[in-house]
Design a protein around this ligand. Sequence first.
Ligand SMILES: CC(C)(COP(=O)(O)OP(=O)(O)OC[C@H]1O[C@@H](n2cnc3c(N)ncnc32)[C@H](O)[C@@H]1OP(=O)(O)O)[C@@H](O)C(=O)NCCC(=O)NCCS
Length: 173
Amino acid sequence: MEVLIRAERAEDLKAIATINEAAFGRVEEANLINQLRHSKAFIPELSLVAENHLEILGHILFTKIKIIDSLNHCHQSLALAPIAVATMHQNQGIGAALINEGLNRAREIGYLSVIVVGHETYYPRFGFTPASQWHITAPFDVPDEAFMAVELVENGLKHVSGMVVYAKEFEAV
Ligand SMILES: CC(C)(COP(=O)(O)OP(=O)(O)OC[C@H]1O[C@@H](n2cnc3c(N)ncnc32)[C@H](O)[C@@H]1OP(=O)(O)O)[C@@H](O)C(=O)NCCC(=O)NCCS
């Protein structure tokens, strides 16, 4: 399906919440997005919607994270979370369009890498591989293959290792 990927606008917020609630079958992700919008981790250009004939069919959010290494050096990166597509429109390439456009926009504004917690059968097609490859760890228990990273530019994670620190709003989810 043809979709336009664009940054969210104030009038989209209700639809974004509705899609997330339906896709996840609970309110936590919709609430998380609303809280992150008011946090320092929020990047307005990286809260993207997929639109078709003026209808919002999907949403993706990238927020600022830090990766803190053993010497306490802090590396900037992004978390991809959450992503949701309207249940009636899943498996039509909308999620892929949101991820591809989101990664491109993140690269354009200067980010070097993205971290995701997700399905090991889905994210590798966008270049994600286990973050353990760079000795990047999660602040929670997660299977190695589900905690993934992608370099947005060549060697974007070359000198990066350590533990990911998410915006505190994620702790509630
Ligand atoms: C995951 C999600 C965003 C993918 O978006 P989408 O538009 O349906 O996906 P696409 O059309 O781009 O890709 C379809 C592929 O994703 C796979 N896929 C969809 N949901 C999946 C899931 N939960 N786990 C693993 N793979 C999944 C499909 O099997 C399909 O695989 P194929 O191409 O090998 O046949 C969407 O299904 C969704 O909103 N799911 C519910 C919320 C969710 O789980 N979000 C992600 C949390 S990590």
